[in-house]
Design a protein around this ligand. Structure first.
Ligand code: GTP
Ligand code: MG
Length: 265
């Protein structure tokens, strides 16, 4: 039994016990791990929870592979679209370390290739779409949150836009050259997604994995995301950087990308 675990932890534990699907179990475990106070006394429990989580994630991955589709993982999914040999795989590798084959032979990537990029704790799942633009692959594009076009020339842009139009895909779009700095590319992707990252702080510790919210979200949205019940007992929150470090704010305060929030409830 962990010492000093907050009430939310036990709620997450209850969710885990009552979970019927693997996905629910994974979500509950992630929450438990996030909420468990990290100290010597909780080390063993934390390790056990992490083992359980990784086992479930592996199962999920194997199941997805068996079914032959790519499961939307991480917080957002972004498809990489480009003409043959435009450098899609190279970019995917630079962003995620996926280790996909890069070659001067056109159409080297014949099935969607996946990697996960980390952007300040947000997991961005990137999927290279084969340049043949097959219908079933374009279905993946349709299900993603944004599209990254690999554009090395004006002509590339025109062709890719007509592909998107041809499939009736209307999504946030950003562009990048194959040789662009990964950090710049991630920033650009993040901008078109119109999302913000909010990092929760408990005591001295700031969580590495942020809460992902829509642009324009308030403290209310963040608190609801942490735990619905917390809205009832909410007193105030402190924000960094804020107007001054630890600015005291209420539920209507509009959050910004990168804000740190400490909730007092
Ligand atoms: N100099 C240079 N070469 C690049 C760049 N991007 C890609 N290449 C080269 O272009 C070729 C194709 O790169 P890939 O990353 O495999 O391109 P792709 O778009 O994934 O290609 P397909 O999967 O075949 O459609 C390789 O020989 C790369 O080394 C770049 O930015 N600069
Ligand atoms: Mg490729």
């Amino acid at each position: 039994m962990p010492v000093n675990a907050p009430a939310e932890y036990f709620k997450a534990e209850e969710k885990f016990r009552e979970a019927k699907t693997r996905e629910e179990k994974i979500r509950a475990l992630e929450e438990m791990i996030r909420l468990l106070p990290k100290h010597k006394g909780s080390e063993k429990l934390l390790a056990a929870l992490k083992t359980k989580l990784s086992r479930l994630r592996n199962q999920r991955e194997r199941a997805a592979k068996r079914k032959g589709w790519i499961k939307k993982e991480g917080d957002v999914m972004v498809c990489i679209l480009g003409l043959p040999n435009s450098g899609k795989s190279r970019l995917l590798n630079a962003l995620t370390g996926a280790g996909v084959e890069v070659s001067e032979v056109p159409y080297t990537t014949s099935e969607p290739a996946v990697g996960v990029a980390d952007y300040g704790g947000v997991k961005i799942q990137l999927v290279e779409i084969p340049a043949a633009f097959r219908r079933e692959h374009m279905g993946l594009v349709r299900n993603s949150d944004a599209v990254l076009l690999v554009v090395n020339s004006e002509r590339d842009r025109a062709e890719l836009e007509s592909v998107l139009k041809g499939f009736g895909i209307e999504l946030p779009v950003c562009e990048s050259r194959a040789d662009e700095e990964p950090e710049t590319v991630k920033e650009r992707i993040w901008k078109v997604l119109r999302l913000i990252r909010v990092y929760t702080k408990v005591g001295k510790k700031v969580e590495k994995r942020p809460i992902v919210l829509k642009e324009g979200s308030t403290v209310r949205d963040a608190v609801a995301e942490i735990h619905k019940d917390m809205l009832k007992t909410f007193r105030f929150a402190r924000i960094w950087p804020g107007k001054y470090p630890g600015e005291k704010v209420g539920l209507n305060y509009k959050l910004r990308d990168g804000d740190i929030i400490e909730v007092f409830a």
